[in-house]
Design a protein around this ligand. Structure first.
Ligand code: PHB
Length: 403
């Protein structure tokens, strides 16, 4: 049997990964008249049905709106001007608008993905979902190639000027940076989140981050009738071992006090989300650029993951445009340091919120739980403390012209 024929083509930027980071980059490049090809192992349906976090920083919403994909976030998203921190049975509001003049938006990552995938389709973008056998070669040459088999079984080889690895936390592209160049920072946590989706009315108008002797809980939302909630669990917890009744009991214990009532309803999804902090440095090697989860993951406390990915590609688009349009290739050197500055700020913020709010078991646990209450009391009692939280949560202002 003869080998199947390979379709050869050329593009300027080959983007491995069609999640929000890859699609946003492709969308921004298109608006600058720069061609790209996007590919993803997952089908569009698979990506659309993987629930992820739901909070967009002000700068992420600006990016969607300014690039012409902000209609739905404004129509269907919910603007949140603050959060509640709950500990020792009392709620304390942190008012973002009053403290820093910014808000965040509750708008699920899957909806950001849908908006971008629709925009790419509408604008005639080349996006291949459901591909197999991707390979990337020659990232330190002037003509790297991206090869893959599309969903119809056709093999492609695309020659590019630049390759972007936006291929998520199990990134293949990350491993193209040689071991003697790459530095991988990694931190695992002794706790995880048990996440549920419940058909119930909202329990509160804003998100509640609750510290308690029974562990952390987060009361989030999706719509008027669908709620997202999490409580702290063991990383090896088996979701099927938890009945609905047991879940509601635990969530009630973690949030009790102050006349707060948790609105319950049928639970439609149960998942355990492991926690990890990870950074791969540098985020560029030759003509390969890493973006989003391919280069870094954060624990979900503070919802920084998607926001960081969007800020990566905002910077990446800017430097690629300068390199491609004006031949200013030195602009490419800016990408990794500029992106990493924000990545490490977000790493610290996510680590700080996680370790302040989750309780630990073991010898010092009672000490640590009371110490955390001391920290939380200091934080909410100080305008400087509340502002520090508000600045981090809503997203720091862009440094140096756009990051
Ligand atoms: C969510 O709604 O899924 C969510 C919100 C805030 C977080 C994490 C997850 O910090």
């Amino acid at each position: 049997m003869s080998a199947p024929e390979v379709t050869r083509s050329r593009t300027t930027v080959g983007i491995v990964g069609g999640g929000p980071a890859g699609l946003m980059l492709s969308h921004l490049l298109d608006r600058s008249g720069i061609e790209s090809v996007v590919l993803d192992l997952r089908t569009r349906d698979q990506i659309e049905n993987t629930h992820r976090a739901g909070i967009l920083e002000a700068g992420s919403v600006d990016l969607l709106v300014d690039s012409g994909v902000g209609d739905r976030v404004h129509r269907d998203g919910h603007r949140h001007e603050g959060i509640e921190l709950r500990f020792d049975g009392h709620g304390h509001r942190v008012d973002f608008e009053a403290l820093v003049g910014e808000s965040v938006w509750l708008y699920p990552q899957t909806d950001v993905f849908i908006d971008l995938a629709d925009a790419r389709e509408r604008d005639g973008g080349t996006v291949h979902f459901g591909i197999t056998d991707p390979t990337v070669e020659g990232v330190t040459t002037a003509a790297p190639t991206v090869s893959f088999t599309d969903a119809e079984g056709q093999r492609h080889e695309v020659t590019c000027d630049y390759v972007v690895g936006a291929d998520g936390s199990r990134s293949m592209c990350r491993h193209l940076v040689p071991d003697d160049v790459a530095v991988h920072h990694f931190r695992e946590y002794p706790f995880a989140w048990f996440g549920i989706m419940a058909e119930a009315p909202m329990s509160a108008p804003e998100l509640i981050y609750a510290h308690s002797a029974h562990g952390f809980a987060l009361i989030s939302q999706r719509t008027e009738t669908l709620q997202r909630m999490y409580f702290q669990c063991d990383p090896y917890e088996d979701p099927s071992a938890w009945s609905d009744e047991r879940i509601w009991e635990r969530l009630a214990l973690c949030t009790e006090g102050d006349g707060f009532t948790l609105h319950q309803g049928p639970i439609t999804e149960k998942v355990v989300l492991r926690f990890r902090s990870f950074v791969a440095e540098p985020m560029r090697h030759g003509n390969l650029f890493l973006a989003g989860d391919a280069a870094h993951t954060v624990p979900p406390t503070g919802a920084k993951g998607l926001n960081l990915a969007l800020m990566d590609v905002k910077v990446l688009h800017e430097v690629l445009e300068r390199a491609i349009r004006s031949g200013e290739t030195s602009a490419l050197d800016e990408y990794s340091p500029r992106a990493l500055e924000r990545v490490w700020k977000a790493q610290h913020f996510s680590y700080w919120m996680s370790t302040m709010l989750h309780t630990m078991s073991g010898e010092y646990s009672a000490f640590d739980t009371r110490r955390q209450v001391g920290e939380l009391t200091t934080l909410v009692g100080s305008e400087a403390g509340r502002r520090y939280l508000a600045e981090g949560y809503t997203g720091w202002p862009a440094p140096r012209g756009g990051a």
